[in-house]
Design a protein around this ligand. Structure first.
Ligand code: FES
Length: 651
């Protein structure tokens, strides 16, 4: 290999991708969308119509797959199986593979291999009935994913060698697999001669992406699993998936073992800057967290970890760097640079996982230091890149990521919301754990002791206030007139006038005004109860102003008004639990009917599942790097003015 040659040349074995001479040139300016009108035939039902809009340059095969339209394939769009036959109009250029697959009359009629047609303009596409019905799984926010994992198994019964047939073992095996062309790992080569002979040449080849990772005795095709990890700064979630069916087998979560180094990414980055040993310890802590969860889900599902051949990991840029043992310092200081936006997949053992020896971990690409792989995974799970609607995605947290799409352009940004939502800097703040008040409802008219209704996690005595409770409490106090639009508690006199049933709960601890959310008895010392202080309200105002400044600037960039938004997705472990009405009342989200505000759940974890179940979805994640424009807020001249304007609560 010369210095000019690419370091990786795996695609040379993908004959279909190499031999695109004659394929339609992919000339396009990379903006906007093209429209594909699919007519999907079915042996047992009338044809179905589906219009999809995709970025120019995406193959017809991928466009269909991303939108839950199944086209025959056994190679997963690699151009080698010649099964993905469709008829396109207007006709496109003919590739050498089309010539091998279709008659001249069929070519003239527009029949092509869907994975080799790039959608660079609007097309009509006829999809014939499936000859083999692929299985699909619903993942993410209503996303249908056609199952085509990177992990493939093929059971073969080989003819035993003779003096007349001295083909090498590997060739004998690969000759029997007609739709995959893997390169063997050394581990698989070492096992091959013994396993073949012990199993009477009846074996299962295990292929992960481009690699033959193992040869197993007998038919093990029903045993292939993967683990999707959402590596959060606070909480880590693992889902064990049956890759043959897309079924989740077990889910487990735990606090990230990096917690002793600080609750947020900045404190963990700082730890590595102050102590040269800290990076290793943080990496080990991430690995231990992932390994604990992997053990747990395998045990729960009764799955041998050796049958887990792949994992997918979605984390923010700092979490990903720390899991890989990469110095995160450049992420924490201006100009906030990542080591790589597209981390390669890595051996699972390298990040502390004891799965199959050949297992690898696929990592999500990141848009920037503060819009990381977790958000790219979230965009995948919510279909932000393929939905025509005007949608706003907000992942609420210490670092709040915001994505806005008008159906053509997608913008993203990150807003520094601070720790208020996680209970940090809040007098009685706590995480969403047992004892946390998560729902607050005030009724100023009630005179029977029910003027304050609280919902507590775990049905135990209230110990503090978590993020959703904080937002509810402030929203309800604004509604009741006890907080004015500027976020200031009203005077006792005004409180008695506007909310007589609540007025006695508005009091002081020392010099600070507080509202008592929970007390043992009406005469209890407020300092022993759960209270919301004036400073807490200010903290929430700063957080919500940072977030609303983010989406306000993105909306201005696209020329959108609040009413233009067809859907607001609230994502993440905090955002998904927010009351939509409270979020609107305090101005955390645009003023919209609450039905348009939708909790999206753990979209990072869902995106990781999608990446495990479909290699085409991974391509979709990589394409997001090209499609999404990152808007840096910190150098915007108008940021501060907007921020100050948005501190107040909307009328
Ligand atoms: S050739 Fe296999 S999917 Fe197109």
């Amino acid at each position: 290999m010369t210095a000019d040659e690419p370091e990786f040349a795996l695609d040379v074995r993908r004959e279909g991708l190499l031999a695109r001479s004659g394929a339609e040139p992919v000339a396009h300016d990379g903006t906007g969308r093209v429209q594909l009108s699919f007519t999907v035939e079915d042996k047992d039902a009338p044809p179905a119509q589906k219009e999809v809009r995709v970025p120019p340059g995406v193959s017809v095969f991928d466009s269909a797959s991303w939108n839950g339209i199944a086209i025959d394939s056994t190679c997963g769009g690699h151009g080698t199986c010649h099964k993905c036959k469709v008829r396109v109009s207007p006709v496109t250029a003919v590739t050498v593979h089309d010539q091998r697959t279709f008659t001249p009359a069929e070519l003239g009629a527009g029949w092509r291999l869907a994975c080799l047609v790039r959608a660079t303009r609007d097309h009509e596409v006829l999809v014939p009935p499936l000859t083999t019905r692929p299985k699909a799984a619903t993942v993410g926010v209503g996303r249908q994913v056609i199952l085509r994992p990177a992990v493939q198994k093929r059971y073969v019964e080989l003819v035993e060698p003779t003096l007349e047939d001295q083909r090498p073992d590997l060739q004998r095996l690969l000759d029997a697999i007609d739709d995959l062309e893997p390169v063997p790992d050394l581990y698989a080569l070492r096992r091959l001669p013994t396993v073949l002979r012990q199993a009477d040449f009846k074996v299962t080849a295990v292929v992960v992406d481009e690699a033959l990772v193992d040869v197993e005795p007998g038919d093990t095709t029903g045993l292939r699993y993967g683990i999707a990890f959402d590596l959060g700064t606070t909480t880590v979630v693992a889902t064990l998936l049956d890759l043959a069916t897309g079924t989740p087998m077990a889910v487990a979560s735990m606090l990230n073992k990096q917690q002793p180094f600080g609750g947020d990414v900045i404190s963990r980055i700082s730890a590595t800057m102050m102590d040269p040993e800290a990076l290793g310890r943080l990496q080990a802590a991430a690995g231990a967290t992932l390994a604990t969860l992997a053990d747990q889900v395998c045990r729960e599902a009764g799955v041998d970890p050796h049958h887990v051949y792949e994992a997918a990991l979605a984390g923010n840029a700092t979490m990903t760097a720390l899991a890989l043992g990469i110095d995160p310092e450049p992420l924490g200081v201006a100009p906030f640079v990542q080591t790589t936006a597209t981390p390669p997949s890595v051996p699972a053992a390298e990040i502390g996982l004891s799965l199959h020896p050949g297992a690898r971990v696929a990592l999500f690409p990141a848009l920037g230091a503060y819009v990381g792989g977790d958000i790219v995974a979230g965009m995948l799970a919510t279909g932000m890149d393929r939905d025509k609607r005007t949608r706003l995605f907000i992942d609420v947290g210490t670092n709040c990521e915001i994505v806005l799409s008008d159906g053509n352009r997608i913008l993203s940004t990150a807003a520094p919301a601070g720790p208020a939502f996680e209970g940090g800097a809040i007098r009685c703040g706590m995480r969403a754990a047992d004892g946390a008040i998560e729902v607050v409802k005030l009724d100023p008219e009630a005179a029977d002791g029910s003027e304050v209704e609280i919902g507590v996690i775990g049905d135990v005595a209230p110990r503090g206030l978590c993020g959703s409770g904080l937002v509810d409490a402030v929203a309800e106090l604004v509604k009741a007139g006890l907080l004015d639009a500027s976020g200031r508690y009203v005077t006792d006199q005004v409180a008695k006038e506007v909310a007589p049933g609540l007025a006695d709960r508005l009091t002081s601890i020392g010099q600070e005004r507080v509202f008592v959310l929970h007390r043992e008895r009406p005469d209890s010392d407020p300092a022993e109860g759960v209270v919301l202080s004036q400073r807490d309200v200010r903290e929430l105002q700063f957080a919500k102003a940072a977030i609303s400044t983010g989406w306000t600037l993105l909306m201005e960039e696209l020329g959108l008004e609040h009413g233009d938004l067809q859907q607001v997705l609230l994502a993440g472990s905090f955002g998904s639990y927010l009351s939509a009405a409270s979020a609107v009342r305090i101005g955390l989200v645009p003023k919209l009917p609450v039905l348009r505000i939708v909790p999206a759940g753990n979209v990072a974890g869902e995106g990781a599942k999608m990446a495990l179940l479909s290699i085409r979805e991974r391509v979709g994640a990589a394409a997001l790097l090209e499609e999404v424009t990152y808007v840096e807020l910190s150098d915007r001249a108008d940021f501060n003015d907007r921020f100050v304007d948005l501190l107040a609560f909307p009328g």
